[in-house]
Design a binder for this molecule. Structure first.
Ligand SMILES: [Zn+2]
Length: 74
């Protein structure tokens, strides 16, 4: 994948955590975060592996995460 900012080739890898990874438009300031309605689940649920594939551009310091909207939307 080419970086949408600098057009250089991006490195394929993984974003990993020891908890579920979500995208949300409202920051949750609690120790345990889980997906709520309207959030996008980037990993397969609370008990699944907290790993999702991603693309990294070290020059632009950007990480792009793709997700399957049918499988992971809450
Ligand atoms: Zn770039």
């Amino acid at each position: 994948m080419r970086c949408p900012y600098c057009k250089n080739e991006m490195e394929y890898g993984f974003v990993q955590s020891n908890q579920e990874i979500i995208y949300t438009n409202s920051e949750k300031n609690v120790p345990m975060v889980w997906a709520r309605k309207g959030d996008v689940r980037l990993t397969p649920g609370f008990w699944g592996p907290a790993t999702c594939s991603a693309w990294h551009c070290p020059g632009c310091r950007k990480v792009i995460i793709e997700y399957d909207p049918d499988q992971l939307k809450v």
